[in-house]
Design a protein around this ligand. Structure first.
Ligand SMILES: [Zn+2]
Length: 367
């Protein structure tokens, strides 16, 4: 994610802090400082946020480490003002596994809640809390309530909250995955309308923001899964671009520049006879033109370490590779020879055409 700094590594997972998080820290410090104008109050506010986001990290680790047990790695965890964002390599599609991964986060909050409760109930709590009573209120009591709120909020059965995934997983035990997702999304959107209505009557604008967030999250998840399930039923050779230009390593960059102007293609496979030896992306072409002008050779600027797709694969599998790499297209091979190109745009167009043929609502697929 842009505007994020790496602040550490936990259990082999990189931890990032998003720049907007500092706004939250500043806001909390300022709000805590205002009433009594004491630096200690501001410090207490910041300490509280630090402890609370320690809880958020543990919650996210609950998801990640459970997913790891099912062989799913985590790219990274980013701390945003609205909470933590763990980027799992993929979501488990087996309902039982998704259920455990989704529940593991709130389960961590339950454990922390019990630990804090026990800590706050020891025989002489006043004495115990002396050390942490930096400010007016008790840090641990506030943390206890914030942690409980987080558990409850996350179990609301609506995407993108954990509760939405729990609901989908439970439905998927009986229904197919796409149908279960659509049903869970509908329930989530109904809840969003409910939150929205309550917020208008109570003037609770925070609830309105949550309602919008839930509504869009549900829609995004439903579109994503629907698209994926359609792509799993079609082979790469039925979706790939068949009319395209290929270059040779000894071609000049001017040739590629002419192709870009004359057509829609942005990335070019570079071939030696039947064999694909590289891919020249638009960015590499521009770099080459800036450095050497139109006479530079394609072979000097093309990407030699590139990924490919196979004509017999299902499109969702190849598309996953396209998403994971920084490229925009994959050369498609048939028996080792270049047969086509798989691009994000073309896959999106395929999905839209299929939707139109079925008379479904047409919108840009979320890929
Ligand atoms: Zn969670």
């Amino acid at each position: 994610m842009k505007w994020s700094w790496r602040i550490g590594r936990v259990a082999g997972i990189d931890l990032y802090l998003h720049a907007t998080f500092l706004i939250l820290v500043g806001y909390v410090a300022w709000s805590a400082y205002q009433p009594r104008r004491l630096a200690a109050d501001a410090f207490g506010g910041v300490l509280f946020i630090a402890l609370f986001f320690g809880v958020v990290v543990l919650h996210e680790l609950g998801h990640c480490l459970t997913a790891r047990r099912f062989g799913i790695a985590t790219h990274d965890i980013t701390l945003l003002p609205i909470g933590g964002l763990a980027r799992l390599e993929r979501m488990p599609e087996k309902p039982g596994q998704e259920l455990l991964v989704a529940l593991a986060g709130p389960a961590v909050n339950v454990v922390i809640g019990i630990a804090l409760y026990v800590l706050l109930r020891v025989p002489d709590p006043a004495h115990l809390l002396d050390g942490v009573r930096l400010v007016g209120g008790s840090l641990l009591v506030n943390l206890f309530y914030a942690n409980a709120l987080m558990a409850v909020f996350n179990l609301v059965p609506a995407f993108p909250m954990d509760g939405g995934r729990v609901l989908r997983a439970l439905l998927a035990l009986r229904l197919d995955y796409a149908r279960a997702t659509a049903t869970a999304a509908t329930i989530g959107q109904a809840m969003a309308w409910g939150f929205g209505s309550i917020s208008l009557f109570t003037h609770n604008w925070w609830l309105l923001i949550i309602a919008v967030f839930v509504f869009l999250g549900a829609e995004a998840e439903a579109d994503f899964v629907q698209t994926r399930s359609k792509l799993s039923a079609v082979k790469v050779e039925d979706v790939m671009v068949r009319e395209f230009r290929a270059l040779q390593a000894q071609d000049r960059l001017a040739v590629a520049a002419q192709h870009i102007l004359a057509g829609f293609q942005q990335d070019f496979p570079v071939v030696d006879g039947d064999k694909v030896v590289g891919v020249l992306t638009r960015r590499q072409l521009l770099t080459g033109l800036a450095r050497q002008g139109p006479t530079g050779a394609v072979g000097d600027y093309m990407e030699r370490d590139f990924r490919t797709a196979f004509h017999w694969e299902t499109t969702d599998a190849a598309f996953q590779r396209l998403e994971d790499c920084p490229c925009r297209s994959l050369p498609v091979l048939r028996e080792g020879r270049l047969a086509g190109m798989l691009t994000t745009d073309n896959v999106g167009e395929y999905v839209m055409i299929q939707a139109a043929l079925r008379g479904e609502r047409i919108r840009r697929p979320l890929l």
